[in-house]
Design a protein around this ligand. Structure first.
Ligand code: PGA
Length: 265
């Protein structure tokens, strides 16, 4: 399935990826309003080296695409997509359909999808492959539970999640993948913000394995205006994946500004 209006995911090599998933929030009006404000901001403010991205609900993807326009510096994503291109998969949306609606990026394997919707390492592998097949950027989310962390640390667990999802990719394919490390215990309103110290080792291990090989290594989980700068200072972190703190546009813009300043120092 192709669309004359398909937006191109080829956006060069940003230094910092700063994006937000709106999860299951926002109707069309609110989505359009956010996108309008964001479009105005990026038209008025150069963000060299910073790659913004937004991931609305499926229902709002095409509307946000229309507001942003085809040449927007803001990348647009979906929060999930099926690995088959079409068929009898009631309730699912394929990568091909997501691309047709304007998506350039596909979030894969968020812990909420693993916990509540049966996402497995194998389904994340199939979805990464489907995203790459259609020229979209896979944003693979990995992260351990509090129990796994206290029972010996996250690194082995998250490296296995990543290796399983990225199994069989060529170097060239791997270079198109984003990985977001999001410890489950740090996500959402019941989460606890991770300390910088708690994140150094997992990022060191992820950096050893994937640094320079993937397109970016992002951190997610209770990212806020208050901790964004320190998080971006962790070695191997090349972006932030934000939930609640960016659900209102001013919060997102302040974190984009933090990233812009982090690059310019
Ligand atoms: P949060 O969500 O920033 O609201 O903790 C992060 C995420 O789930 O990616």
């Amino acid at each position: 399935m192709t669309s004359a209006r398909t937006r191109k995911p080829d956006i060069g090599a940003p230094q910092l990826w700063i994006g937000t998933s709106w999860k299951m929030t926002k109707g069309l009006n609110e989505s359009r309003e956010y996108a309008r404000g964001l479009a105005e901001y990026v038209a008025a403010n150069l963000l060299p080296g910073v790659q913004p991205f937004v991931i609305p609900s499926f229902t709002a993807v095409a509307a946000v695409r229309d507001v942003l326009g085809d040449d927007s510096p803001v990348l647009l994503g979906v929060q999930n997509a099926h690995w088959e291109d079409q068929g009898a998969w009631t309730g699912e949306v394929s990568v091909a359909q997501a691309k047709d609606a304007g998506a350039q990026l596909v979030e894969i394997g968020h812990s909420e999808r693993r916990e509540h919707f049966g996402e497995t390492v194998e389904t994340t592998r199939l979805k990464v492959a489907a995203a790459l097949r259609h020229g979209l950027i896979p944003l693979l989310c990995i992260g351990e539970s509090a129990e796994t962390r206290s029972a010996g640390g996250p690194s082995r667990f998250i490296l296995e999640q990543a290796a399983g999802a990225l199994d069989g990719l060529t170097d060239e394919q791997l270079a198109r993948v984003l990985i977001a490390y999001e410890p489950i215990w740090a996500i959402g309103e019941h989460g606890r913000a991770a300390t910088i110290e708690e994140l150094r080792q997992p990022f060191s291990d992820l950096g050893d394995e994937y640094g320079g090989r993937v397109r970016g290594l992002l951190y997610g989980g209770s990212v806020s205006e208050d901790n964004a700068e320190a998080l971006l200072g962790i070695e191997h972190v090349t972006g932030l994946f934000i939930g609640r703190a960016a659900w209102r546009l001013p919060g997102y813009l302040r974190i984009l500004e933090t990233a812009r300043q982090a690059i310019s120092v």
